[in-house]
Design a protein around this ligand. Structure first.
Ligand SMILES: CSC[C@H]1O[C@@H](n2cnc3c(O)ncnc32)[C@H](O)[C@@H]1O
Ligand code: ZN
Length: 434
């Protein structure tokens, strides 16, 4: 066995307990071999990661993003979703090249590795280029090409749909299984009924997952209620968009009937608290969804509506806004957001990881706990939700490979990635404003 040992720290176990333990990893298999106090005894250890003064926990799962939108960080702020997309984002996205998308993906993945995210779900364009970066950077992802029909002739929208299915079929299982895919219609209002139904039927023929934005704003809910006389998630269910291998981004404006529908169909929701606050979309009923048995993960959404990809920020936002939404300070507690960003997030998007236990995928991070803002440590889980920052992450491991050691990313050259992304972002904006 090519053994990697993470030693000298405390471990966050799947039941929320924290204890002193080492983690032994079979790096070739990408699996956790053992967790405990004496797991390295008598073993030949090829490499060690020092976790002294730190917490070994699952790598975080960013359940919904558009990673290449890092190029548009700070490009358009302080607007609601509809005008933000139509007036600013879609016009500049029309100028994106494949190389821009690759440069943005490198930047976003670099940012995620540094802040403890090992796994993410991504909807965007030129996904073959995003897949190449995922493979090279060593992270795990569920990827899909987004389909938007707004402003397009039927033939062009249909070509998008076929492109999305083709990408999903071709790349599923790529990068030694670290890449899984999905058919990704953008939303219930930006893809017409016939294409949505047809795409989902074709995806089902190949057992492909489905991911879309849903019930993000009231502007998205009202047209469906008006046109079809049912709530959006009833409309979605009738078109095959709900089920155990489907996950929805946002789920902000979800009523009681829709909550039951999500639970009955085992459809997961990815909560994006920062994006929902920034675009003033509303507050997702996370406590209600979880109480109903819906699996809820956490996502950053794109860096243009967040404006960073640090998932630890999102844990804090989710816990805070969850209390405001439920008008109850005990709602969405620390342990819940940690679960949402780890095991529940991995389950929601159907990827391995999210747990430090024997046999689990070796996707883990070491968080430095020796810092003024983390002292004293009465309750480590409380710190994860309310006080830890992405910059506290010391090591990042995915699939048994060390992606960051002592805050140095090993698979991407940080300076080159940042320079390249800044250059692509400047050229992109200049083209868009020509
Ligand atoms: C078709 S690729 C994905 C598409 O989604 C856009 N987008 C980014 N953030 C959001 C959001 O919060 N709601 C809806 N759509 C969003 C992105 O700019 C791409 O065009
Ligand atoms: Zn989104």
């Amino acid at each position: 066995m090519n053994a990697l040992a993470v030693t000298g720290g405390r471990v966050l176990h799947p039941d929320g307990r924290v204890s002193e333990a080492d983690v032994l990893i079979d790096a070739d298999a990408g699996r956790i071999e053992a967790v405990g106090e004496d797991v390295t005894a008598g073993r030949e250890i090829a490499r060690t990661l020092d976790a002294e003064g730190g917490l070994v926990m699952p790598g975080l799962v960013n359940g919904h993003t558009h990673v290449s939108m890092t190029l548009l960080r700070g490009y358009a702020d302080d607007k609601p979703l509809e005008s933000w997309l139509r007036e600013d984002i879609w016009p500049v996205e029309a100028e994106l090249t494949d190389d821009d998308i690759a440069a943005g993906a490198e930047l976003g993945i670099l940012e995620m590795i540094r802040s403890g995210t090992t796994t993410f779900a991504d909807m965007y364009f030129s996904m073959d280029r995003v897949a190449e970066v995922v493979e090279r950077a060593g992270v795990r992802a569920r990827l899909g090409r987004g389909v938007v029909a707004v402003g397009k002739e039927e033939a062009e929208a249909r070509a998008d749909l076929e492109g999305s299915l083709e990408f999903a079929r071709t790349y599923d299982g790529a990068a030694d299984g670290r890449i899984r895919t999905a058919f990704m219609p953008h939303s219930l209002t930006t893809v017409p009924e016939n294409l949505l139904t047809e795409g989902i039927e074709l995806a089902a023929e190949d057992d492909l997952w489905v991911h879309l934005h849903a019930n993000e704003t009231t502007d998205e809910v009202e047209p469906i209620v008006e046109k079809h006389g049912v709530r959006p998630l009833e409309y979605a269910a009738d078109r095959g968009a709900l089920g155990p291998d489907r996950f929805l981004a946002h789920g902000v404006h979800v009523d009681g009937t829709e909550t039951e529908l999500l639970a009955e169909t085992d459809t997961s929701v990815i909560h994006c608290p920062a994006s929902n606050m920034k675009l003033a979309s509303g507050i997702a009923p996370v406590q209600r969804l979880r109480e109903a048995g819906v699996t809820v993960g956490i996502g950053t959404d794109g860096a243009a509506s967040n404006n960073d990809l640090d998932l630890f920020d999102e844990l804090r936002d989710a816990a805070m806004v969850g209390k405001i939404g439920a008008d109850d300070a005990s709602a969405v507690p620390a342990a819940a957001v940690v679960e949402m960003a780890t095991s529940d997030g991995a389950d929601a998007i159907g990827l391995p990881g999210g747990r430090i236990e024997t046999g689990a995928a070796a996707d883990l991070i070491v968080v430095d706990l020796e810092a003024p803002h983390l002292t004293p440590a009465h309750d480590v889980v409380s710190h994860l939700a309310y006080a830890v920052r992405g910059s506290d992450v010391r090591h990042t491991v995915c699939d048994g490979t060390v992606l960051m050691r002592d805050r140095e990313v090993t698979t991407l050259d940080a300076a080159t990635v940042m320079d390249r992304a800044a250059e692509h972002a400047a050229d992109l904006v200049a083209r868009a404003e020509e």
